[in-house]
Design a protein around this ligand. Structure first.
Ligand code: ZN
Length: 156
């Protein structure tokens, strides 16, 4: 799939997300949670240390600015079904912009291991952070929403 640069340039971005550094190759903001501070850019990755910081300091995984009450998680429909998200909490505006921006790149984005057919967007008053129980198996942190007020499905 080719990237539709025109569509992408017309996606309105929340100011704080627009202030993020831009991925030079893709022309999109580098998500706060993807930035390993080592100069490498992998637009879809979740840097574990940053994901934990987002959860504990209640900051947005995309723009890196403080969250207000009610946070938004994005993920696959399967993640929503299991109530186990792997991408950190987000501002709603950042989440909506991200779903218009990143999947159009045609590569795995927003912490997903592969491209996603149906995205979930879940708004919740609270969540729990789950760290890996041992050094074996899935080493990602997981987020469990516990006061869901909205649960939407959107095409990938
Ligand atoms: Zn944000």
């Amino acid at each position: 799939m080719t990237v539709d640069r025109d569509a992408r340039s017309t996606v309105p971005l929340p100011a704080d997300l627009a202030d993020r550094p831009t991925d030079p190759r893709r022309g999109v903001p580098v998500p706060f949670v993807s930035d390993a501070e080592d100069g490498t850019v992998e637009i879809g990755r979740v840097v574990k240390k940053r994901a934990i910081r987002c959860a504990l300091s209640r900051i947005c995984g995309l723009c890196g600015i403080s969250l207000e009450w009610g946070v938004t998680f994005v993920g696959s429909a399967e993640e929503a079904e299991a109530n186990a998200f792997h991408y950190p909490p987000l501002h709603r505006g950042c989440a909506e912009a991200a779903l218009r921006l990143y999947p159009a790149l045609g590569e795995p984005v927003l912490g997903q291991p592969a491209r996603v057919d149906t995205w979930a967007l879940v708004v919740t008053g609270g969540f729990e952070l789950e760290r890996p129980a041992s050094r074996q198996g899935d080493q990602r942190v997981a987020f469990h929403a516990n006061a869901v007020s909205e649960d939407l499905r959107l095409p990938g």
